[in-house]
Design a protein around this ligand. Structure first.
Ligand code: 0RA
Length: 656
């Protein structure tokens, strides 16, 4: 369809105003259908939706810079230096194309480019959706020497497009304030937006994306300095791999870059092996993270496996092996980014992030096989390092199987014998029950006494948890704490063929709550346990079953009045309330250093009682960023870890 035809279609659709308004009313009635949810994810999706349009303009070759600003009131501006959304009057419609783009569902900004539409997923619903879900939106277009402006409230124009001045630039600026009557949360997370903008800059090399945050207070009311970052990548995916592997020891000096196009499907891949043990694959279709994978990922895996295998066989490098090598062995320690552009993508799966187009599998497979084979032939030294790593992975897997079988023979992994340390609950319905993973035996004791034993089970974990980021699988399965977690949860460790997939059918609890001291050691232990879940049981996090308990930091007493506080601000507030003169004279303030200092009743009422407690549900908003952060937190390099903890952990400051 040509641009004119599409505008015509949009115009026809919106031929009478009432119909148009109904269109956007549908978005306001069922926002989740258009943007996924009305929580954190949906709120941030609004920004992505607007930025996507500017990225499209950049991909078409007309835009080089995109600036995103988070304003003090949590409104957002997205400014680009593209051609500007067309502002011409539509004859039949008697209104500007700009108004059509902003008020007609699916009119979008993508008329003319034969671009890679993202229909089917939650992306590509159009900037009109953002408009519909905003209390207020201003569109400012610089075009043809003029500045055009139109404002909207809840998606409805407040006046026709007007000219407000002259301009020697071109571009579009969209400023919107999300409707807090629709969204459950209204505060933007700098970190979530930053991770996505970094990702977009790597996926679309050459574009400069800036993000700045004008807010000077955080969610708890603390003063913070305004933040900003600029993202730009000259080399695209290889830069992305260097970022992801920054804290890993690499096997080869440079990432391997693969690119090609077949059947109108451009394919770009970069990959690198490190000495680590996990597989870190990040795949994208039309810039959207395909978390559930799909045909492009299957094609990549197949191409990688068959090419490496053929090369190793030809060179006689597998000849000494006494057992079969499987697909997983080829991906241990592998970091890869796979980015494809598909004209008519079919998105499937629970979260609509799985590519279904069958033709893409063979396309990616062939491109990978051809380029990777050339690379191996031209880089025999690197090729040997990679094949050696595969052999090492296969050997370790073989050892792991033996360890697992030995453990299984002893019956430790059968659900018939739950760990001796587990204080189980009586309710047998996983939907109702919770498992607390508690740091140390003494806190475990308090938790056992304080809990409601009908639905709360306690598993004390002694000492340090194994850092799975740096340990081979068989070491993980030898760790007592990790085996106890598996058996308490009732999930089985995968079989030989499918060692990573988790069987959740027998999961015994739908809430797994990590409860540690509110100090530096405690947050380190939480991170170790979370790393274990992230690498070994990601399904549990995806289902939203993993939580962190938040014990209070202080108990403030005045006579018979006792108040708990979770932050320093709360402490200051409560001191103010309880004292007559604003000082803490006459108040008894206890700083809790560990869970053990609370008696069972206190632990119950502050941290375990569903009526009072606050649980932090763990979710992964950005897979690549989570991969980077876990590898950094758990890697060898202390510098970046310290910096991250100083910037992110309030706990760390309290004790310092
Ligand atoms: C339709 C046609 C043209 C540009 C755009 C849409 C466009 C949309 C957005 C949304 C955000 N930034 C944007 N920049 C451009 C091409 C118009 C022409 O031919 O000049």
């Amino acid at each position: 369809m040509t641009e004119e035809e599409k505008i015509q279609q949009a115009a026809d659709y919106g031929a009478n105003n009432i119909q148009v308004l109904e269109g956007l009313e549908a978005v306001r009635k069922r926002p989740a259908m258009y943007i996924g949810d009305v929580n954190v994810r949906g709120l941030h999706h609004l920004v992505y939706e607007v930025v996507d349009n500017s990225i499209d303009e950049a991909m078409a070759g007309f835009c080089s810079k995109i600036d995103i600003v988070i304003h003090k009131d949590n409104s957002i501006s997205v400014t680009d230096n593209g051609r500007g959304i067309p502002t011409g009057m539509h004859e039949k419609e008697h209104r500007s194309a700009l108004e059509v783009v902003l008020t007609v569902l699916h009119a979008g900004g993508k008329f003319d480019k034969g671009s890679y539409k993202v229909s089917g997923g939650l992306h590509g619903v159009g900037v009109s959706c953002v408009n519909a879900l905003s209390k207020h939106l201003t569109a400012e277009v610089h075009r043809e020497g003029k500045v055009f402006v139109q404002e909207y409230a809840y998606g409805k124009p407040l006046y026709p497009v007007k000219v407000v001045g002259d301009s020697d630039k071109t571009g579009t600026k969209i400023t919107f304030l999300p409707d807090d009557g629709i969204f459950i949360v209204s505060v933007y997370s700098y970190d979530i937006l930053s991770a996505r903008m970094r990702e977009l800059a790597y996926l679309n090399k050459g574009i400069t994306i800036s993000l700045s945050d004008e807010r000077d207070t955080d969610a708890e009311g603390n003063h913070v300095e305004p933040k900003s970052e600029v993202f730009h990548s000259e080399n695209g995916l290889t830069d992305f791999i260097n970022y992801l592997d920054e804290n890993r020891e690499k096997l080869t000096p440079e990432p391997i870059a693969i690119s090609g196009e077949r059947g109108n499907v451009p394919v770009e891949i970069a990959l690198e092996y490190s000495t680590t043990f996990s597989e870190n694959l990040h795949s994208y279709v039309n810039n959207i993270n395909t978390h559930e994978g799909g045909t492009h990922l299957a094609g990549f895996r197949r191409g990688l496996t068959r090419t490496l295998k053929a090369y190793a066989d030809k060179e006689g490098m597998f000849s000494k092996l006494k057992f079969e090598i499987n697909g997983d062995d080829f991906r241990e320690g592998l970091t890869a980014v796979i980015s494809v552009k598909v004209p008519e993508p079919q998105f499937e799966g629970q979260t609509k992030t799985k590519l279904g187009n069958n033709e893409v599998m063979g396309i990616v497979d062939q491109i990978v096989a051809e380029h990777l084979n050339n690379y191996l032939e031209e880089h025999p030294k690197e090729a040997k390092m990679i094949v050696d790593k595969v052999v090492l992975a296969a050997t370790a897997r073989h050892a792991a199987r033996k360890a697992r079988e030995a453990v299984q023979r002893k019956g430790v992994l059968s659900s018939a014998s739950l760990p001796g340390k587990l204080a189980d609950c009586s309710d047998r319905h996983p939907e109702n029950t919770e498992l607390y993973l508690v740091e140390g035996d003494s806190a475990g004791g308090s938790a056992k006494q304080g809990r409601d034993r009908t639905f709360q089970a306690i598993l004390p974990l002694r000492g340090k948890i194994l850092n799975v980021e740096k340990a081979m699988q068989h070491r993980a399965f030898e760790s007592e704490a990790i085996r106890n977690i598996y058996t308490a949860l009732g999930v089985t460790i995968g079989t030989e063929e499918d060692s990573k997939a988790l069987n959740l059918e027998k999961l015994r609890y739908h809430k797994v709550i990590i409860m540690t001291d509110a100090d530096v050691d405690g947050s380190h232990i939480s991170t170790l346990i979370l790393t274990f879940f992230y690498r070994y049981m990601p399904e549990l996090i995806e289902k939203g079953y993993v939580y962190i308990a938040t014990p209070p930091l202080y108990l403030i007493k005045k006579g018979s009045v006792a108040r708990y506080c979770w932050t320093d601000e709360e402490r200051a507030q409560i001191v103010k309330e309880l004292s007559n003169d604003g000082t803490d004279k006459g108040l008894h303030i206890q700083r809790y250093k560990g869970l053990g200092e609370m008696n069972p009743e206190q632990l119950w009422s502050t941290t375990m009682d569903p009526k009072n407690r606050t649980l932090r549900q763990i979710s992964i908003e950005n897979g690549a960023e989570a991969d980077y952060i876990f590898s950094m937190l758990m890697g060898d390099d202390v510098g970046p870890r310290r910096q991250f903890i100083e910037e992110n952990a309030t706990y760390a400051n309290v004790d310092a």
